[in-house]
Design a protein around this ligand. Structure first.
Ligand code: HEC
Length: 361
């Protein structure tokens, strides 16, 4: 996969907003010579009032590190889940390869999916996270998200080292999100923070290469972007980042399979016989045969509004919730048609023998 190809995909993704379908198509490569926020703003018709980026110190693309350096990124003081303080630019981003997203601990929508997805990327990158790749999740609800709450959240998802959850001053975090292209002015008018923008920004501060990805991205692709491309191909590919691991997404999967891959597979497998570490790591239950274990009407409602069923104390939902570390399944806002498609796909996949499964992990 060449960079040019990814750039073309990026164009397609922009036209469709955050395309939720094919995973490759959702990556947005920020043009190297313009500042991240400016590109994001035009690209996704996001904020027009985003802070004007500082003039690049040098117009030379090779000098990208200077372009989005101390002049561009603020030194916002942020506190991590262990109570330690960091300056955003100087301590967290300067000279580093980073993955940054926003979240909040009480989120009942897709932030959980994003955290689970990033955790898969972290697993693929192994112990490089914390050494030459750093993950930051910045809360958009700093008043609630104290270091203690963030620590509990990180523990629930069993995130590994090298991934900081960060809180700070409300206004300063808003400014930081604007700089990162992770703020939408619509967020201001929207009383429901569950609707906040879902993106992961990944970049290499020194080379000035920044990309924006969607949480629905295939984790192998994100791991390749962050672990190889952003390192200028200096590192040899590891086994996990082989391109051959991605071919399933190049054939034409059904609507239900696409939905499963993009919205469910970060938390669920459909292969009860799979004893691999990757399968054991999923935060939700294996779904093989769930169509036989539960009535269809229950499943349809559950996939559509798990948050409401938990709130109503549905006994089956509560029992499953209790078994799974009290991680709530997110409300993914699927339509009834999408719910039916994804449940049909789970039934089809369940019927396949282990070595014929299309979902590998
Ligand atoms: C962020 C992680 C996450 C995502 C994404 C997710 N789930 Fe779940 N899911 C869970 C967890 C955790 C549970 C069990 C705990 C609970 O009940 O909340 C669960 C439970 C379930 C159950 C009930 C299983 C049983 O044995 O009764 C079904 C069915 C299910 N999920 C389907 C889906 C489908 C379909 C999707 C995609 C459209 C999906 N989930 C996306 C985390 C997730």
């Amino acid at each position: 996969m060449t960079e040019g190809r990814i750039r073309r995909y990026a164009g397609a993704a922009l036209l469709g907003g955050i395309a939720l379908a094919a995973s490759i198509a959702t990556t947005v490569v920020l043009a190297q010579r313009s500042a991240p926020v400016a590109t994001v703003a035009t690209a996704a018709a996001a904020t027009t009032t985003a802070a004007t980026p500082a003039k690049p110190a040098s117009p030379d693309a090779d000098d990208g590190g200077l372009a989005w350096g101390a002049n561009y990124f603020p030194n916002t003081v942020l506190t991590d889940q262990y109570g330690r303080k960091h300056r955003f630019f100087q301590d967290l981003v300067k000279d580093k390869v980073v993955g940054i997203n926003t979240f909040f601990t009480s989120c009942s929508a897709a932030c959980g999916l994003e955290t689970a997805r990033m955790r898969e990327v972290q697993t693929l990158l192994g112990d490089r996270v914390g050494k030459d790749v750093f993950f930051y999740s910045i809360t958009i609800d700093p008043l609630t998200d104290t270091p203690e709450e963030m620590k509990k959240y990180a523990d629930r998802y069993q995130v590994g080292p090298g991934w900081l959850f960060l809180t700070g001053n409300v206004k300063e975090i808003e400014q930081l999100r604007r700089k990162l292209g992770l703020f939408d002015d619509n967020d201001l008018n929207n009383p429901n923070p569950n609707d906040h923008r879902l993106h992961t920004v990944i970049g290499n501060q020194k080379t000035g290469r920044w990309m924006r990805g969607s949480p629905f991205e295939n984790p192998t692709i994100t791991a390749t972007q962050i672990g190889t491309w952003l390192h200028n191909y200096k590192l040899p590919s590891s086994k996990e980042t082989r391109f051959e691991l991605a071919p399933q997404i190049l054939r034409n999967p059904s609507a239900g399979e696409k939905l499963f891959r993009t919205r469910c597979s970060s938390c669920h497998s459909v292969n009860a016989a799979d004893r691999s570490a990757a399968a054991a790591q999923k935060v939700g239950p294996d779904l093989e045969g769930v169509g036989q274990r539960r009535p269809r009407a229950w499943l349809e409602r559950w996939v559509k509004e798990p948050d409401r069923m938990l709130a109503e104390k549905d006994p089956v939902a509560l029992a499953v919730y209790g078994q799974y570390n009290k991680i709530a399944m997110p409300n993914l806002r699927l339509s009834s048609k999408e719910v039916a498609e994804v449940l049909d796909f789970i039934n089809e996949e369940s019927a396949l023998p282990p070595d014929a499964k299309r979902i590998k992990q």
